[in-house]
Design a protein around this ligand. Structure first.
Ligand code: PEP
Ligand code: MG
Length: 975
């Protein structure tokens, strides 16, 4: 059977249904549903999104049967309305509107008053007894058709209207006479003919065909394509076309048109909220020419229409179980519903509406009874509207990660004029960290710190950032880089602080010497103002107004509901006590990743100590430098353990290649040489020696500790001594030492054995009982493939999916930002649906993770498994982690609530997920405080504590010593 491309609605019955959004678009599905539930909807028909798809798949040709179907449905509509399109006496007029499955407000086209021509305009004037209305409608149609269908310039026609008003001495449109409008129609038609070489189309069918093609065409217009890209709307076939009988809100003072929401979309308050204009058409409301009335005014002037609308409001919100955005027209006192869809709302309103719909009625029983009595609401809907319309699960599913993101970060004032905003936009990069920031441009980290100390707000603009820039990055309001993707250094560090960050703005050129940046033809200098929108990746010239949303009470209620449901625990990636405390406020149940190297750059002393350690060429000098670092690290860990108050804290040993810690330019190298009292050449040669072509696959991660085990000794010492100290102060501690980037079980065994030796000796010397875990990150394909063996020497796994994505996909996380956008852009290569550094690539990386989990648990059934790559704060990736049976996810503090939400949504959406390890039996309340698992390994002080070993042992000796003791302990642990 040939496909059906057209669905009719009218006379109280529709062929389509509300759940057919994919086929009929949101508007078409809404019109069908409203018709079917008995609301007053003008008749019409919807051409499906499949027809639009066919149009594009076949060189912009309609499907063969479409013309016949449209003609048949047009006849049906003419019969239902008892009017004919283009009729010389009482013509039917139609609107032709776009509408895809996902609302794209203002992105696609509409044509109104179609069917008017030189003959039917006279008929309309006669039938309505209103020549002014008829000729105004005709000029609106010519104007819309000329600009939307044919693409003639809007401003020329606007200018002609303006000119006519001036000539007639008319202050507003209402002061123009029918003859004025007739004259303007003549001018518009003449302009049309002059521009196109053909007269304005008089044949209604030709008009309709043109308008349908224009709506199809608007699906691929630049603005619509950009909107879909930015909003990550993928996989839609096209737009539907809704052809609907026109009803008129401009037929006098008993007519009007309006837009309303069933609740306040800004605050979420349960109030009927909206604007309307009497004696006007929809476009007048949108154009904002006249000040609209509030709905409460309608209650005074037209109480019956208002009451009827109240019935519609209660009915539609109850029917759709969500806040609705409604468009309506009143024609000579009769109400018509033109559109209903889920209403867009502020993030705060999202929480309030979801929580209130799940806990309070839509309307009071008294109001319901009043509306029933007036026959504006059926008994069935009145009963349903007098109770909560959704349950808690539905409320949780309603919230999107962006609702949370936008609650915690400043945004560009939503009231800021959209037109001015678009003229100020200089470019779009990769939206690494949400929030908005404005400040003065600086190009170096020291300048950022300097200006910040002078009380200035700065935006740090760099080609890319490195650990050396951390001070300046922290001082800046926002960070902008020309290269890098969502897991680049800038993105990862900024995300930890919740600081606005845009990366990978490839079009930007930075001239550091002259302190300028140029972008799309604009050149800005140091000190000029710039505004970043990290949620969109947009960069704006100047200082735009920002607002910080208020956290609504309902946020806490909803997050509590999430915590009661979810199975996955949520930890945070935090490197400082401040971040840790912040993360606890956001609901973190532990630290899943503390990147110790971030601590090396906090102060000049620390920077110097690590640099001294790196340039040391003998064990003794290296140990001397490490001894300087030890107190710093210990102090930091004390702070973190105290802040976490017994929650698990996973501390990773040093990870990045050493060259990242030393300066690369001559001046800084000379400075370092002077400070360390060594010749400049020595520094220069050491930096050269450290140089790697491919540092991400080079001397980094646990390979550093294989070469320099004394680094491990110092870090483990700092961790365990800090834990002992905090324990001594009466605070519980649960340290988990994590070894990064392992590739082999033997490699890991060498390091875990050494870790345990150092740790146990300190614990024994402390005369205290202290449990700790030693585990590894799974960041390389080989570690994943040999996970059964790796699990033999590891208490836990934490997937480092930033590196794992990089290594599995062979995509450099720092360079992929240059080309990955094309891979993700659905209008370019469209190879991936999402950026794999942001959302786990389930087919590849996810597959390997599942295999590693299975293998790891085949060795140790109770193996604790988590994730600490950026994916730990991404909704779809968290769902995968839940389904794969992981124990926890870990993410930056500001993403903790997103992970809590996604973990709850994963449970509701069905996948209970693979059973968790024994810890899952704990109650949620207990888990929040004591998510420390039963000690896998406890070292109890002996009666006579041994002195703490102060020197690092040679590796061979450690191996020999470890062989017997650790082997038997490891076996015991595995049981
Ligand atoms: C990872 O690779 O996923 C990870 C968390 O480590 P980093 O980003 O520090 O390399
Ligand atoms: Mg890593």
């Amino acid at each position: 059977m040939a496909s059906k491309f057209v669905y009719f609605f009218g006379n109280g019955k529709a062929e389509g249904r509300g759940d057919q959004k994919q086929l009929l678009g949101g508007k078409g599905a809404g019109l069908a549903e409203m018709t079917n539930i008995g609301l007053p909807v003008p008749g019409g028909f919807t051409i499906t999104t499949e027809a639009c798809k066919h149009y594009y798949d076949n060189g912009k040709q309609w499907p063969a049967s479409l013309e016949k179907e449209v003609r048949a449905n047009l006849s049906k509509l003419e019969k239902a309305c008892r009017k004919k399109l283009g009729d010389a006496n009482d013509p039917l007029l139609v609107s032709v509107r776009s509408g895809s499955a996902v609302s794209m407000p203002g992105m696609m086209e509409t044509v109104l008053n179609l069917g008017l021509n030189d003959r039917s305009v006279e008929g309309l004037a006669k039938a309505t007894g209103n020549a002014r209305f008829a000729w105004d409608s005709y000029r609106r149609f010519i104007q819309m058709y000329s600009t939307v269908v044919v693409g003639l310039p809007k401003d020329v026609l606007e200018e002609k209207l303006h000119h006519l008003k001036e000539k007639a001495g008319a202050a507003t449109d209402a002061d123009l006479s029918p003859d004025h409008w007739r004259e303007l129609c003549g001018e518009f038609k003449a302009f049309f003919e002059a521009q196109t070489g053909r007269p304005f189309p008089q044949d209604p069918w030709a008009q309709l065909e043109g308008a349908v093609n224009a709506v199809f065409g608007s699906w691929m217009a630049d603005k619509a394509v950009t909107y879909r890209r930015v909003e990550r709307i993928h996989g839609l076939p096209g737009t539907a076309v809704n052809i609907c009988q026109m009803v008129f809100g401009n037929m006098g003072e008993d007519s009007g048109t309006g837009v309303c929401f069933t609740r306040n979309p800004s605050t979420g308050e349960n109030e009927f909220y909206g604007d309307l204009l009497m004696n006007a058409q929809g476009e007048d409301v949108v154009a904002g020419i006249r000040t609209p009335l509030q709905l409460v005014d309608l209650a005074k002037t037209h109480p019956e229409v208002y009451e009827q609308l109240c019935g519609v409001r209660a009915m539609l919100e109850t029917h759709y179980k969500d806040m609705q955005d409604l468009e309506f027209t009143v024609e000579r006192g009769k109400l018509y519903m033109l559109q209903c869809r889920s209403g867009k709302r502020s993030p705060a309103a999202s929480f309030r509406i979801a929580v209130e719909q799940a806990s309070k009625p839509v309307i009071t029983k008294v109001e319901a009874a009043r509306l029933v009595k007036k026959k504006y609401l059926s008994k069935r809907y009145a009963d349903a509207a007098s109770k909560p319309i959704i349950n808690r699960e539905a409320a949780i599913l309603r919230i999107k990660p962006v609702d949370i993101d936008r609650l915690f970060h400043p945004v560009i004032d939503p009231n800021y004029d959209a037109k001015s905003l678009s003229t100020k936009q200089l470019g779009i990069g990769i939206n690494a960290v949400p929030g908005a920031a404005s400040g003065q441009i600086v190009f170096t980290a020291p300048t950022a710190e300097q200006w910040h100390s002078e009380g200035k707000k700065v935006i740090l603009v760099r080609r890319e950032t490195s650990p050396e820039d951390v001070g300046g990055m922290h001082a800046a309001e926002g960070i902008l880089t020309a290269t890098g993707g969502k897991t680049s250094h800038a993105a990862v560090v900024a995300r930890g602080w919740g600081k606005c960050c845009v990366v990978g703005l490839g079009a930007m050129r930075i001239d550091e010497k002259n302190r300028t940046m140029s972008l799309n033809g604009h050149t800005l200098s140091e000190g000029d103002y710039l505004t970043l929108d990290g949620a969109e990746g947009a960069v704006y010239e100047g200082e735009l107004p920002l607002v910080t949303p208020q956290l609504p009470e309902e946020y806490h209620t909803l997050m509590k509901w999430c915590d009661e449901i979810r199975r996955l625990r949520v930890r945070t990636n935090a490197d400082t006590p401040y971040d840790a405390e912040n993360a606890i406020r956001m609901g973190a149940e532990g630290i899943g990743l503390c990147r110790t190297e971030h601590m090396f750059f906090d102060t000049e002393d620390r920077r110097r100590a690590i640099q001294e350690m790196i340039v040391a060429d003998a064990l003794e000098t290296r140990q001397a430098a490490l001894a300087k670092l030890l107190p710093f690290q210990r102090q930091d860990f004390i702070g973190i353990f105290e802040a976490m108050d017994g929650r698990p804290v996973t501390i990773r040993l040093v990870d990045p290649p050493l060259h990242e810690f030393v300066p690369h330019d001559e001046a800084k190298q000379r400075d370092l040489a002077e400070n360390l009292g060594v010749p400049y050449e020595k520094i220069r040669d050491r930096v050269e020696q450290l140089h790697e072509t491919n540092p991400m696959l080079g001397h980094r991660g646990c390979r550093l500790c294989i070469t320099y085990p004394e680094i491990l000794d110092m870090q483990v010492r700092a961790i365990i001594e800090a834990a002992v100290e905090v324990r001594r102060r009466g605070v519980k501690v649960a340290p988990e030492i994590m070894i990064p980037l392992c590739i082999d079980a033997k490699e890991l065994k060498i390091l875990t054995d050494r870790t345990r030796l150092v740790a146990d000796e300190i614990i024994e010397g402390s005369a205290m009982k202290l449990s700790y875990l030693v585990g590894t990150m799974i960041e390389t394909p080989r570690a994943a493939l040999t996970a059964d063996k790796v699990a033999e020497v590891s208490d836990f796994f934490s997937f480092g999916t930033n590196d794992l994505t990089q290594t599995v996909m062979s995509l450099s996380r720092d360079d992929a930002g240059r080309f990955l956008p094309d891979y993700v852009d659905q209008n370019k290569a469209a190879i991936f649906k999402d950026d794999p550094f942001q959302t786990l690539d389930l087919e590849g990386v996810g597959m390997l993770m599942s295999m590693a989990i299975e293998k790891g648990r085949s060795t140790k059934r109770e193996l604790k498994i988590g994730i600490c790559g950026e994916h730990g704060g991404d909704g779809p990736s968290v769902r995968f982690c839940h389904a794969a049976g992981m124990d926890y996810v870990s993410c930056s503090p500001y993403r903790v609530p997103i992970a809590r939400l996604a973990a709850a949504q994963a449970v509701i959406e069905g996948g209970k997920g693979a059973p968790r390890t024994s810890a899952s039996v704990k109650t949620r309340a207990a888990a929040a405080k004591s998510s420390v698992r039963p000690a896998k390994r406890a070292t109890t002080a002996k009666a006579t504590p041994k002195p703490v070993r102060s020197k690092s042992m040679p590796l061979a000796a450690v191996n020999a010593r470890a062989k017997t003791s650790a082997k038997s302990k490891a076996r015991a642990r595995a049981k």
